[in-house]
Design a protein around this ligand. Sequence first.
Ligand SMILES: CC(C)(COP(=O)(O)OP(=O)(O)OC[C@H]1O[C@@H](n2cnc3c(N)ncnc32)[C@H](O)[C@@H]1OP(=O)(O)O)[C@@H](O)C(=O)NCCC(=O)NCCS
Length: 143
Amino acid sequence: MSLHIRTYREQDRDAVIALWERCGLTRPWNDPAADIELCVRSREASLMVGYKEDELIASVMVGHDGHRGWIYYLAVQPGHQGHGHGREMMTEAELWLTSRGIPKVQLMVRTGNQSAEAFYGALGYEAQDVTVFGKWLNDTSTS
Ligand SMILES: CC(C)(COP(=O)(O)OP(=O)(O)OC[C@H]1O[C@@H](n2cnc3c(N)ncnc32)[C@H](O)[C@@H]1OP(=O)(O)O)[C@@H](O)C(=O)NCCC(=O)NCCS
């Protein structure tokens, strides 16, 4: 059975954060509630959630920077993985981008997350010949 996918609402907050924690996507230096707030305030980003009956079991955050599309926080609850729901969430995120004229989507996979690499490979994604550089712009982050 396919998911009911819709835009995040405030009532989803606790379930989304619990999903990210269960899927190992949270890190001490990322406040998930702050990440949600930043996304929902942006006109160029969307947080989507996937429901199976009345249970929130999937999420994806999508946005663009005026050039490329980016995807974050793709998650499917462990008990529901392997049934095509990750692919469904990605299709929805890609549609969000193509409907805005964004020609290419990119995403970052943490080193060692081989199952995510295999998943994205199955969806036609390829490793890019680039090194990602980053720098914190606030003084509260430590890593
Ligand atoms: C990655 C994740 C979202 C995939 O969701 P999913 O619902 O299990 O994936 P799907 O069932 O839609 O799989 C889609 C395709 O990927 C393939 N795939 C998924 N996981 C795979 C794995 N570990 N190894 C090989 N192939 C895999 C499936 O075989 C399927 O291929 P097909 O459609 O050609 O048959 C899910 O495993 C997850 O939430 N992981 C933890 C969080 C995470 O790592 N997120 C990504 C952060 S970058």
